[in-house]
Design a protein around this ligand. Structure first.
Ligand code: MV4
Length: 490
């Protein structure tokens, strides 16, 4: 491969291009009219504008991107995450145009893009799944019978769903019909596919996902887990690896299950297998994400493996260079997503200009970002400014580094999730490792964040006062001498 086009923007486009560049391969950036002066555009060897600011007119215009790639004699397209990354039809068109899609095959993407097809596919491999039905519901009488067998509460999920869309709880039979109708219509309008199914509702689970890596020759390994339970409304905010609840035995079992899920659909490239973990540490397969994920850096930090480099090597036909036993966990890594959102105002997007923007630096601190000082955060895309990643010898060290890095991060002009990060890093539930997907709902409120900030300000004022009083005493102690000297000199 001589030239790769990155069909994305922001921090992930830049992060992918850095690896491509290091591998001695040329980079092509695409950008919308809103991103003309973005770092990913400046970094690339070539850059082409693909349209107006709205994604539908630029970053989602697959046909235009493929035409452009052909014109520029591009060998490979890396889709990043979001946008076209999980679009099986796009990846097939890329391959049909004689260009390598840097990711899994379109068949695997199609299967894993449907939760029902995914369940069907992994069925024969003994992967634990939440009790439920693996067929679309088309009859309320049948649904009632199944739900009664599973036991309430049940969860109705959209097969094409994602991010909690088309997901509804029914606490008892009287609610079932209405919730199925709601889930169906939400799924139909969001995904153009109204298929829904029923699962037992697992209360307060942890969200643990396993990173997998597979080549074209049947070699599949896992790179351990990422704990992603600290999220709000299905948007992750803090991720870490390893998880503090997995034993080595459970880690192996979940890793092996993830590898089997990947093998079931002849997966290649990087992928993530999502599991729910209940209070008794039972795990259940949820779905597989067929892309490089936002939170991939924590895995890179603890394994020393550059996942983008591996994706490119696999795409150009190389064999995996390591076996499962060659991969080990080194230390502990945390990631905080720095969103332009106001944690004091229901995390509403806080768009504006980065009047001040200085990243923290230091050993074990990594910042993946796509903005520089003076830039505006466009309203058209995800409001994530950066990912702040820390690595330490152990969890305590990684947390300490995160706290210092947050203090060292200077952002003015927009509100960000940085203070929320401090809230998490100082919370007893997070420190003890006893938390689940309900963390934000259970423990967070703007009032608590404000109180924490006020306490800190008061503490800082007290320390300042103490130094000031000390200084006053020193000055007083010095005064008589200088006064005497002054007197004598006259
Ligand atoms: C569940 C669940 C409880 N029981 N399935 C939410 C998004 C989708 N990927 C799966 N999700 C869930 N599925 C059963 N049977 C609870 C969730 C869930 C959740 C999962 C992962 C991370 C955060 C979550 C927040 C709320 C609910």
């Amino acid at each position: 491969m001589q030239k790769i086009l990155v069909a994305n923007r922001g921090e992930i486009a830049l992060r992918i291009m850095r690896t491509i560049n290091r591998m001695g391969i040329k980079t092509v950036a695409i950008y919308s009219e809103a991103d003309r002066h973005s770092p990913h555009v400046l970094f690339a060897d070539e850059a082409v504008c693909v349209g107006a600011a709205p994604s539908s007119q630029s970053y989602l215009n697959g046909d235009l991107i493929i035409d452009l790639a052909k014109k520029l004699k591009v060998d490979g397209i890396h889709p990043g995450y979001g946008f076209l990354s999980e679009n099986a039809a796009f990846s097939k068109k890329v391959e049909d145009a004689g260009i390598t899609f840097i990711g899994p095959g379109h068949e695997a993407m199609r299967i894993m893009g449907s939760k029902l097809a995914a369940k069907e596919c992994v069925k024969k491999y003994n992967i634990p799944m939440v009790p439920g039905i693996d067929k679309a519901i088309d009859n309320i009488a049948v649904a009632k019978k199944i739900a009664a067998e599973i036991g309430y509460p049940v969860l109705i999920k959209a097969s094409a769903g994602g991010g909690g869309k088309g997901m509804r709880i029914a606490a008892k039979e009287a609610e079932l019909e209405e919730q199925i109708e709601r889930a169906t219509s939400e799924a139909q309008s969001s995904f153009g596919d109204g298929s829904v199914f029923i699962e037992k509702y697992v209360a307060s689970p942890r969200h643990i996902e396993i990173q997998v890596l597979a080549d074209n020759y049947g070699n599949t390994v896992h790179l351990f887990e990422r704990e992603c339970s600290i999220q709000r409304r299905h948007q992750k905010v803090v991720e870490e690896s390893p998880s503090s609840v997995l034993t080595p035995e459970l880690r192996n079992k979940m890793g092996e299950a993830a590898v089997m899920v990947a093998k079931s659909c002849n997966y290649r490239s990087t992928g993530t297998v999502e599991f729910l973990l209940d209070e008794d540490l039972n795990f259940y397969f949820l779905e597989m994400n067929t892309r490089l994920q936002v939170e991939h850096p924590v895995t890179e930090m603890i394994t020393g493996i550059d996942l983008v480099e591996e994706q490119i090597k696999i795409a150009r036909g190389e064999k995996l260079r390591f076996k499962q036993n060659d991969i080990t966990i080194n230390g502990h890594a945390l990631e905080l997503r720095v969103y332009a959102e106001d944690p004091l105002n229901d995390f509403l997007p806080s768009t504006g200009t980065l009047n001040k923007y200085q990243q923290p630096t230091g050993e074990g601190i990594r910042v993946d970002d796509g903005y520089t000082e003076g830039m505006a955060i466009p309203v058209y895309y995800d409001p994530m400014i950066a990912k702040l990643i820390t690595h330490g010898n152990n969890r305590t060290e990684a947390i300490q580094k995160m706290k210092l890095a947050i203090v060292g991060y200077r952002i003015e002009g927009v509100q960000t999730t940085l203070p929320f990060g401090t809230f998490v890093m100082e919370h007893e539930a997070f420190l003890s490792g006893r938390f689940d997907t309900q963390f934000v709902q259970k423990y967070y409120s703007p009032e608590k964040l404000l109180a924490q900030q006020k306490n800190k300000a008061a503490l800082a004022a007290m320390i300042a006062l103490k130094y000031w009083l000390q200084k006053q005493n020193e000055v007083k102690a010095a005064e008589p001498l200088s006064t005497n000297w002054t007197l004598r000199s006259h």
